[in-house]
Design a protein around this ligand. Structure first.
Ligand SMILES: *Cc1c(COP(=O)(O)O)cnc(C)c1O
Length: 496
């Protein structure tokens, strides 16, 4: 399998090159030249395998230069860090199922890829003969930062620096990051919101002086954000896994179609579902669920993508995003894989903050995407309803998806069995979840105890005992001091 850039089709990469690079030099995202095709027999066989084996089978289709045994070895190591099955499918009623993607070390779905990606990165570097140190720079709105720190902790040949918006993440998310252990990890707050952090980090990637200074120390920068192919591919696996579980448990017959509802921010998770569909997974609809930052809903309904709008801070912070990076990979398909058009669209977006697609000429949904959004009230209400009616507790991101699904059912009368992607443990957002369940307690840890007592869902120890962990990272920097902070972290390390 070969890969190319969404902004320059003359470029060709292997999977290893793509994972080491993260992004193409022209600013484009790296995409497969074609989607590997599988039949129902392939899906059927997956049903007999455990999750790491399923991962090896699916990833092998995208990564020629890796052996299946090698991929299986990495997947076994990665998913051994999960508490039980990495992707259990929970039945709510005859129609509705949740696939829970948060049983990993940091309790959010980012672990599904970020436990595995460090192995893929280290192996990819070997395969293309690189022995430099990789500096992973991350800007996070909450969940990616911790999952990346946990995944890259003490991984040979890597160093990781995470910047979080000092006022833009939840308390639990912040505590998870600033207590992170490891010899090669650094964490700093940036005064500002997520967009400020993201802009500051992006500027460093393109800073010539930074690149040259680091090169003299034999260090190259890379990214663990969801634009990296090493994040995207492991996410394709769980769509197959959930589907095949539905077959083996008799919920559907092999070949029946299902819907997936995906709480969406950067369009990474749902794009993985689109890849699974393009490979041959029987899918009826992929439903994009947004919170109040509903730019994607507007785009799919009107064809206009306009970032000049109000930014809302919501209780689903990992979806508080206006520029959904991975949408570019989908648009590349929509525009007939014409990289010149994509380059132009993104140049327009950069210049004017808006681009438009003519819905009379372009089939934006491909007949597969639906979209909707939920506000804060609706999200709270649905979390409360599901707890009251089914005894099921979900986090606010998942709540957004459940609310959008309810609207979708009301509008369409679609009777296809539906799987909602549950993306975080409710214990990551104890105060909002407990409040949605009707509680008035404000202390996070007391809320955890109450949720556990009322629902019976065990609270992950890694969250409950956070308050006893030593705080190790106290740096907070001004926006324009981000680069200086990176250089300080690096020089401290070189003196040790
Ligand atoms: C990151 C995240 C999302 C959004 O995923 P994207 O790939 O950015 O669309 C949804 N829910 C949770 C809990 C997340 O951490």
């Amino acid at each position: 399998m070969k890969y190319t850039s969404t902004r320059d089709s003359s470029k060709i990469f292997t999977a290893s090159e793509a994972i080491v690079k993260g992004i193409s030099e022209d600013g484009g995202l790296i995409v497969p030249i074609e989607y590997p095709q599988v039949g129902l027999d392939f899906i059927n066989v997956l049903g007999e395998l455990d999750y790491p084996e399923r991962a090896a089978e699916v990833l092998k289709l995208y990564m020629d230069e890796f052996d299946k045994e090698e991929l299986l070895d990495y997947a076994r190591k990665a998913y051994s860090r999960f508490d039980g099955d990495p992707c259990p499918v929970v039945k709510i009623d005859e129609m509705l199922f949740f696939m829970e993607l948060w049983h990993g070390p940091t309790c959010a779905f980012k672990d599904m890829a970020l436990t595995l990606m460090p192995y893929l990165l280290v192996a990819s570097k070997k395969k293309i003969g690189r022995d430099d140190k990789t500096l992973i720079l991350v800007a996070t709105s909450g969940d990616t930062g911790k999952a990346a720190l946990s995944g890259f902790q003490d991984v040979e040949g890597t160093e990781i620096i995470v910047f979080y918006p000092s006022e833009g993440v939840s308390e639990m998310q912040k505590l998870q990051m600033i207590t992170q252990e490891g010899e090669n990890v650094h964490v700093a707050g940036i005064k500002g919101n997520f967009d400020d952090a993201q802009t500051a980090v992006k500027a460093i990637f393109n800073d010539k002086t930074a690149i040259d200074t680091l090169a003299k120390l034999n260090i190259t920068m890379s990214s663990a954000n969801s634009i990296n192919l090493g994040r995207l591919l492991p996410q394709v696996v769980y769509y197959f896994s959930a589907y095949t579980d539905m077959v083996t448990t008799g919920q559907i017959d092999l070949g029946d179609k299902v819907n997936f509802v995906v709480p969406t921010g950067n369009f990474g998770d749902i794009l993985a579902g689109y890849y699974a569909y393009k490979m041959g997974l029987p899918v009826n609809k992929l439903i994009i669920a947004s919170n109040q930052n509903n730019i994607l809903t507007d785009f799919f309904h009107t064809g206009e993508y306009n970032v000049e709008r109000k930014f809302y801070k919501t209780m689903s912070p990992s979806m508080d995003i206006l520029i959904s990076s991975n949408l570019e990979r989908y648009l590349y398909d929509i525009f007939g894989r014409d990289s010149d058009q994509i380059a132009k669209i993104y140049a327009d977006l950069k210049e004017t903050g808006v681009f438009s697609v003519d819905l009379n000429k372009v089939d934006l949904s491909s007949g597969i995407f639906e979209s909707g959004w939920a506000d804060e009230e609706e999200t709270k209400e649905i979390i409360g309803d599901y707890f009251d009616n089914y005894g099921y507790v979900m986090d606010p991101h998942t709540g957004v998806a459940a609310s959008v699904y309810t609207d979708y059912c009301g509008e369409t009368e679609d009777e296809t069995k539906t799987i909602v992607l549950s993306t975080a443990s409710p214990y990551k957002f104890p105060r909002d979840v407990y409040s949605a369940m009707g509680g008035t307690e404000r202390d996070n840890y007391k809320c955890m105890s109450k949720i556990q007592f009322q629902s019976g869902l065990p609270c992950p120890e890694s969250l409950y005992y956070l308050r006893e962990k030593k705080i190790r990272h106290t740096t907070v920097v001004e926006r324009d001091e981000t680069l200086k902070a990176v250089m300080n972290f690096i020089s401290d390390d070189n003196q040790e």
